[in-house]
Design a protein around this ligand. Structure first.
Ligand SMILES: Nc1ncnc2c1ncn2[C@@H]1O[C@H](COP(=O)(O)OP(=O)(O)OP(=O)(O)O)[C@@H](O)[C@H]1O
Length: 263
């Protein structure tokens, strides 16, 4: 479904990604882990067109993503959430999800259709779908609350519902459990499994090892801009290079457990 081919990104002299090759098949939940600053978010920024690669190719369902705008890439079927939550705090939950949906609405000529039956039926359809997506993350009972009133964990779930509203095939989640408490993490694990079972392919960056190992069948490890391992959770857990580069850092693990996230 997604193929990164010798992908590199440099910032001045800083080689943040170097010849990254990665194939993500359709279906399933895929994880990308690695130390802070390894280049994980940069991978997402390249896939979603926020940054151009320095070299290399990105293909999505056989189509080259080079030179496409983020909006085009969303329309091709890739959606994402951000490490730093980006919501409209003064808007309701339902309105926040509908913003995601609007990219998909077929208004045609807006001026002509604004008061027409077609516009109203599209709007009704969007509203019903937004309500359904909120139910997938168990926020439907708060649909008319302001996003500002949500806990941090709920805001992350709202971002996920909004990303789903763009009707993606591939969903990129950047640290979905950062800032969540342990019961929120358990709930989100179930919700992400259910979303995956509905046919979405999920690609997540996550520092919480219990979460990522519990959800993903397939995990890649990035270290200093290079993929150093790829495999099942068990293979990754026991890989000497991964233990050396990432998992073996006792103090990092301890801080992860305490906060559920790193800086
Ligand atoms: N737009 C940019 N301009 C300059 N440097 C950047 C830019 N974006 C990222 N970097 C640098 O690239 C490196 C990798 O950053 P990135 O955010 O991809 O890491 P990460 O693996 O996601 O880290 P974390 O786990 O802490 O979120 C960092 O040194 C960062 O400072």
């Amino acid at each position: 479904m997604l193929r990164l081919d010798t992908l590199s990104r440099h910032f001045g002299g800083l080689k943040v990604l170097q010849d990254v090759n990665l194939e993500i098949p359709q279906g399933g939940i895929f994880g990308l882990i690695g130390p802070n600053g390894a280049g994980k978010t940069t991978v997402f920024n390249l896939i979603t067109g926020l940054l151009p690669p320095t070299s290399g190719r990105i293909e999505f369902n056989g189509q080259n993503l080079a030179g496409r705008t983020p909006h085009d890439i969303t329309r091709l079927g890739i959606a994402r959430t951000f490490q730093n939550i980006r919501l409209f705090k003064d808007m309701s939950l339902l309105e926040n999800v509908m913003v995601g949906f609007h990219a998909q609405l077929k208004y045609g000529s807006l001026g002509l259709l604004a008061s027409s039956g077609l516009f109203r039926s599209e709007e009704r359809r969007a509203r019903a779908r937004a309500q359904e997506l909120l139910s997938w993350v168990k926020l439907d009972h708060k649909a008319s609350d302001k996003a500002d009133n949500l806990s941090y964990g709920e805001q992350r779930k709202l971002e996920l519902a909004r990303a789903l509203a763009t009707n993606p095939k591939l969903l990129l989640l950047d640290e979905p459990v950062a800032g969540m408490n342990s019961s929120e993490k358990v709930e989100l694990m179930v919700e992400i499994r259910n979303i995956s079972a509905r046919g979405y392919t999920i690609f997540m960056i996550e520092h919480d090892m219990r979460f990522v190992m519990g959800l993903c069948q397939d995990i890649a490890v990035l270290n200093f801009g290079r993929i150093i391992a790829r495999g099942t959770p068990d293979a990754i857990r026991n890989d000497p290079q991964v233990i050396e580069a990432y998992l073996g850092r006792e103090e990092d693990e301890a801080s992860l457990d305490a906060t559920g996230a790193t800086a």
